[in-house]
Design a protein around this ligand. Structure first.
Ligand code: MEV
Length: 438
């Protein structure tokens, strides 16, 4: 049984590692060595990473890859992607190359409004609450001026505050439903600071509102927090081309390819089991860009999946159609991204990623990220309706299997060449490796 520990966070990094080694790894030096192997020799850089979060004992590496040849609204981009999964960067690059000579990707930001809520309980007459809210609304905005003034200078700020009656769903439950424009910041800190200020003003003003009874004056704040559901922070990315420019093989004509593709997307629109995997593939591309650019991928994931279920059934984030012999394929999703604040000026690789993308503002980053999601989905559906996913996937996975068996550079070279013309499976790789070694 591992003993409890108090004050763990106060221990030095070395002491934390020693504690881990003692209580989880039988005092193994090998464990300590593994953790230390991933420390950066540049002490300043290591300290920066240590301080991003708490109880840091080492760094956790993810590959940082790039997908070149993306044409977006006529400009050329190389997209940085931080992801461990084989095939994702290769698939993005392949899709970029395919669309490069077919007009590239087009993308537009449809809206940029973000949402936050103050949830509170009020036990009293609704009409009185409505009159109180009308009187207090300008004070809510005024009292948060020291928080909003810088954001206002940059063109953002509070858009609106609404009182919402939720008492049919939950007794005494009301909200201040607040909308914000946060320009190039993701805006979580700005929104949460505003909300906490609204909550405090609301509470204090209620306590002295002369029309309220004592019970009504005792309005209770439950919580103040932004929402990661941002259905009004939407970006759309699309591709289209004449059907004759789509792949044409012995198995499928271009028209059959287009029809099969459109039907595959329809399946993801009506069948949640498929839609979840379909959207997971989209998020392979999106998360990789979100991570590389220092944004919060959990927020993006939560918002995207909620949006996928906005019509009451979990459905595809992408859509495809054939109109007048032209194939159309697009994605529409919420992406609350930032290019200032957070890690953007701290993490050296995030800075580099943003530079690689030509220092985009938040709207530009929304477009690039949506394109990465669309490209990923195009590549996945293309494989699924033609060769199947495993052919490409296992080819990329080959290196992981070879590394698992500590293949030497010569063994790798031999087997990569062998599997160029033979189907990859875990057992076949092992067999061929054993053959080589015997
Ligand atoms: C694998 O990470 C993603 C796919 O399953 C996506 C899809 O099925 O569309 C290939």
């Amino acid at each position: 049984m591992i003993p409890p520990i108090s004050g763990f966070s106060k221990l030095s990094k070395v002491e934390k590692i020693q504690w881990l080694a003692e209580h989880h790894f039988h005092n193994s030096n090998a464990t300590i060595d593994v953790l230390k192997t991933y420390w950066n020799s540049d002490e300043k850089l290591q300290q920066l990473h240590d301080e991003f979060t708490e109880n840091t004992v080492s760094n956790y590496y993810l590959p940082f890859g790039v997908a070149p040849n993306f044409i977006i609204n006529g400009s050329r981009y190389t997209i940085p992607m931080a992801i461990e999964e084989s095939s994702v960067v290769a698939a993005a690059s392949k899709a970029a190359k395919f669309w490069e000579n077919r007009g590239g990707f087009k993308a537009e930001v449809i809206s940029t409004t973000k949402i936050g809520q103050v949830h509170f309980n009020y036990n009293g007459a609704i009409d009185k609450l409505k009159s109180f809210f009308k009187a207090v609304k300008p004070k809510l905005i005024e009292a948060s001026q020291n928080i909003t003034k810088n954001m206002e200078k940059r063109g953002g700020g509070i858009i609106d505050i609404q009182l919402i009656d939720k008492t049919t769903d939950l007794e005494h439950y009301y909200q201040l439903h607040c909308s914000f424009e946060t320009v190039d910041a993701m805006g979580a800190n700005f929104i949460n600071s505003c909300l906490e200020q609204f909550a405090s003003t609301l509470k204090n003003e209620a306590a002295i509102y002369p029309e309220f009874s004592d019970e009504e004056k005792d309005l209770e704040i439950m919580m103040s927090i932004l929402s990661n559901y941002v259905p009004d922070c939407i970006v759309k990315a699309e591709v289209s081309c004449p059907i004759k420019d789509l792949p044409n093989t012995t198995e499928l004509s271009s028209l059959q390819y287009a029809q099969k593709f459109v039907r595959a997307i329809k399946i993801a629109q009506i069948e949640p089991y498929r839609a979840v995997t379909h959207n997971k593939g989209i998020m392979n591309g999106i998360d990789a860009v979100v991570l590389a650019t220092g944004n919060d991928f959990r927020a993006i994931e939560a918002g995207a999946h909620a949006y996928a279920a906005k019509n009451g059934i979990y459905a595809s984030l992408t859509h495809a159609s054939i109109e007048n012999d032209v194939f159309h394929f697009y994605i529409e999703l919420p992406l609350a991204l930032g290019t200032v604040g957070g890690l953007t000026t701290l993490h050296p690789l995030v800075k580099l990623a943003l530079q690689m993308l030509q220092s985009p503002n938040a709207k530009e980053l929304m477009k690039i990220t949506a394109v990465a999601g669309l490209a990923q989905n195009f590549a996945a559906v293309n494989s699924l309706i033609t060769t199947g996913i495993q052919q490409g996937h296992m080819k990329m996975h080959l290196m992981n299997i070879l590394n698992q068996f500590q293949a030497t550079p010569t063994e790798k070279e031999n087997l990569v060449s062998y599997f160029k013309t033979n189907p990859v499976s875990h057992s076949e790789v092992v067999t061929q490796l054993e053959k080589l070694r015997s």
